[in-house]
Ligand binder design. Sequence first.
Ligand code: AHG
Ligand code: MN
Ligand code: MN
Ligand code: MN
Length: 335
Amino acid sequence: MAQRISLTRYLVEQQREEGHIPSQLRLLLEVVARACKSISQAVNKGALGGVLGSADSENVQGEVQKKLDIIANEVLIEANEWGGHLAAMASEEMDSIYLVPNRYPQGEYLLLFDPLDGSSNIDVNVSIGTIFSVLKKPEGSPGVTEQDFLQAGAKQVAAGYCVYGPQTTLVLTVGDGVSMFTLDREQGSFVLTQENVRIPADTKEFAINMSNMRHWDEPVKRYIDECLQGKEGPRGKDFNMRWIASMVADVHRILTRGGVFMYPWDKREPNKPGKLRLMYEANPMSWLVEQAGGAATNGRQRILDIEPGQLHERVSVILGSKNEVDRVTSYHTGV
Ligand code: AHG
Ligand code: MN
Ligand code: MN
Ligand code: MN
């Protein structure tokens, strides 16, 4: 039988042989994985654990928080604050950055997360997840400020997500391709189940919330309209559609069998650049997708090149199979 490679062993080998990750980053990724295991347990218990339903609070983006949004946020903070590998954290569910308390040693990394992605799917027992991104604290400054987090996605040193679905799967990049690890509940460890994940350049499957069609911008309307015309239309092939409404699950499908995912800017909120969050959702997912040979833009620009202006910044997202993303982007830019 082929040898099973645990996440721990994979990370040790990445550190030792490939030289991709320093020991602090290895510890950080182990700790994030441990936190995801614990969130996965809470998710699995569902109603039995009293974790379903909403809390009485709103987050900084004006969303009503679900109990699991808050639980997952706390699990990630508690797991990460004492290890000495972090300088600070930022989350979709916290108004401002969270500094590592003085009683613990300070590390050199910044951890950003969407603790629970797909909140609207929690209570209906559909796949949800955790998304994370790791940056290095800029050198020089003694403390940590919000400004230190405002780095383009291209500066990420690690990114990934954990999807809580029929299986719990952790997907990771440290800049050397994308690897997937499935949680073995009996052993309590993540086991490497796919390396060198590749997204096919072409696809016949798109993911977008069609109920927003009347609000879309012209280039998005044109692209979807051409897909809907199928074999008889300019694309000359029939397209299939999927929309899970958990970005983790939609992106996981795209990493597994290709496709294009879009949450574009639309006219509902003309002054916001999009719905999804640049730092907690778009950047980590864009890097994973690029590392698997796909592409990710906001319609005009590579997402990883966007210089963030604020922590909770939003962005229009088009990502997945390269030729489709290039096509949608060219409909926006005209080139
Ligand atoms: P979150 O649950 O972290 O707030 O993110 C939800 C996001 C994303 O996961 C998903 O793609 C999108 O919102 C779904 O939005 P709609 O309900 O508008 O389709
Ligand atoms: Mn939310
Ligand atoms: Mn999310
Ligand atoms: Mn969330």
